[in-house]
Ligand binder design. Structure first.
Ligand SMILES: [Zn+2]
Length: 100
């Protein structure tokens, strides 16, 4: 395995396949509400789903968000588990810096 998903906070155990168009876990986390609300562009959506297909942690995250939205009827910043989000943001701070 020469490329690992950077979603360490979610303890990925499956082999990850990276590509030039790879969506970072941090990016997925930030897009998940738009995805669930159907606001992604076709390209974003394709990358999002491609990442999901190879990233068990993010699939679990998406499911968690779906359940949260189903329970609350909407999604707010507060509905994201603070500890989990903090860990993700810490892990991907580097990614964020490079993306700007
Ligand atoms: Zn991921």
């Amino acid at each position: 395995m020469n490329a690992r998903c950077r979603c360490q906070a979610l303890r990925h155990t499956e082999g990850m396949v990276a590509s030039n168009d790879e969506l970072a876990c941090q990016e997925l986390v930030e897009l998940v509400t738009d995805y669930l609300e159907g606001r992604l562009t076709p390209r974003e959506r394709r990358r999002f789903e491609a990442h999901l297909a190879q990233c068990r942690g993010c699939r679990a995250y998406l499911e968690q968000m779906r359940r949260t939205i189903g329970a609350l009827g909407t999604l707010t910043e507060e509905s994201i588990e603070p500890a989990a989000k903090e860990r993700l943001l810490g892990v991907f701070r580097d990614w964020k810096r490079h993306s700007v």
